[in-house]
Design a protein around this ligand. Structure first.
Ligand SMILES: [Ca+2]
Ligand SMILES: [Ca+2]
Length: 454
């Protein structure tokens, strides 16, 4: 549908000196608006350093901030909103880049270069930044990127500012569906809608907001929300003055465009492996650092890929990946991975079980770290069955010991090293340790204990 935004020059005689400075709400550093010139400079010099700046806000965050609460978008073609107090906000959204993450090893993308009409910026060998000055034709970018099988995720970066210099008002609505009756229009008394023959065409019916300007703004807001709910295809016709803004300020923000990603690929590298499970756990444990706004955090596409059951990201999504990996690995050769979840920061302590002799059970941090390193390098094969509880077995020497890894969340895993050479992963699956490696580990643990208690 054609854009129905009409701009009239009403007060061109106003001078620049009369234009007020823009005022933005919010004191949070991430929401500090930036001078428009800075925005243009940053688009011109788009680099790796720019990515986090855009990442810290989504388009929705910015609209929430500008509107200070509930609001209604007046139409897709019109960058304007009305907040719940009935105040209109004229919002300009400028496209700065499409950031497409592509599969590692993908050499060049002529189709992207054709789109960009400017040199591509490739960052870390996997990001392609397409720069463009205007906000038009974004659909074309998106279609090309979405249809490329090497594209793993797409983020559109924008600069948004609110035009506070110009006066804007709603004059009416265009509608191209079934003709609405006067009886229906009367359901929105604050707007007092009337058919207008002057602006109606064969394709569109026009309703003028007849009595709206005398109504309470809050009532107008409620009527518009209700009207747009009942007639989603309505397009707002607003008028605005046409003044140049002297010092508009900019929010940097982004919007994810979703592709059909690989299930479980939380870190968007085109494969599902244990690092995806780690990313999910990090996201849950520390959303400030690994959340959608975090520099190294998960992305919107990552969340979409990772959510295996449609209820948002939870531990069960991490578990689903681990299970899938185990299932895959059962049919392949023995693999080394990290089924114990032995992230350095994840392990609180390592405890020797008190049998056979009463000893102070806890390993020192240094020894615990050494044990973890040993465990991480083990070759583990899914046992394919549960191993009986071995806690009642009597030990004859320090070298035949059990120990327990205790994680930050107070969960623990027991490692049995007394002839069984098995250990149990966090999800309850039993693994067989390679026999030679088990012997080495047993000796290593024994030496640590001997050193401590001799
Ligand atoms: Ca991955
Ligand atoms: Ca989920």
């Amino acid at each position: 549908m054609k854009k129905m935004y009409i701009s009239f020059v009403l007060t061109a005689a106003m001078t620049a000196a009369m234009i007020p400075n823009s005022v933005f709400a919010g004191g949070d550093m991430t929401k500090t608006p930036i001078d428009l010139q800075d925005y243009y400079d940053s688009v011109e010099n788009f680099s790796k350093e720019e990515i986090p700046k855009y990442k810290c806000l989504t388009v929705d965050d910015v609209l929430d901030d500008i509107n200070g609460g509930e609001y209604v978008s007046l139409s897709t073609g019109l960058g304007s909103t009305m907040d719940e107090k009935g105040k209109l906000h004229k919002i300009d959204k400028r496209f700065s880049a499409a950031v497409a993450k592509i599969k590692a090893g993908t050499e060049s993308k002529p189709a992207f270069e054709e789109l960009a009409k400017s040199p591509l910026v490739v960052i870390d060998g996997q990001y392609i930044i397409i720069r463009h000055g205007a906000a038009e034709n974004i659909d074309k970018y998106v279609d090309t990127l979405k249809n490329d099988p090497d594209v793993l995720s797409i983020d559109l970066d924008y600069g948004i500012y609110e035009d506070t210099a110009n006066y804007v008002s709603i004059e009416g609505f265009f509608y191209d569906g079934e003709k609405l009756t006067d009886e229906f229009l009367a359901e929105f008394p604050a707007l007092a809608l009337k058919h207008s023959d002057n602006w109606s065409t064969e394709a569109h019916v026009y309703f003028v907001v007849f009595g709206g300007r005398d109504s309470d703004p809050v009532d107008i807001y409620r009527d518009i929300v209700k009207f747009k709910e009942k007639v989603p295809s309505i397009d707002v016709c607003a008028i605005s003055t046409c003044l140049a803004m002297m010092k508009p300020e900019m929010y940097f923000c982004h919007e994810s465009v979703y592709v059909d990603g690989l299930g479980g690929d939380a870190n968007i590298d085109g494969v599902m492996d244990i690092s995806d499970s780690v990313m999910i756990m990090q996201f849950i444990a520390n959303p400030d650092k690994y959340g959608l706004r975090g520099e190294d955090g998960i992305t919107g596409q990552g969340v979409k890929n990772a959510d295996s059951d449609g209820n948002g990201i939870t531990n069960s999504d991490a578990l689903a990946i681990q299970k899938k990996l185990l299932h895959l690995e059962e049919n392949v050769v023995p693999v080394s991975s990290d089924p114990l979840g032995l992230l350095d920061e994840n392990v609180k302590k390592v405890v020797a079980l008190p049998a056979p002799i009463a000893i102070a059970p806890e390993f020192t941090d240094t020894d615990a770290e050494a044990i973890i390193t040993q465990l991480r390098n083990l070759t583990l094969t899914p046992a394919g069955q549960d191993i009986p509880d071995t806690s009642s077995i009597q030990f004859t020497s320090l070298k035949s010991c059990d120990f327990r890894i205790v994680y930050e969340n107070n969960e623990s895993v027991t490692v049995n090293l007394h002839g069984y050479d098995y250990l149990k992963a966090n999800d309850g699956t039993w693994y067989k340790i390679n026999e030679e490696e088990a012997k080495v580990l047993e000796g290593f643990i024994g030496d640590l204990l001997n050193k401590r208690y001799q």
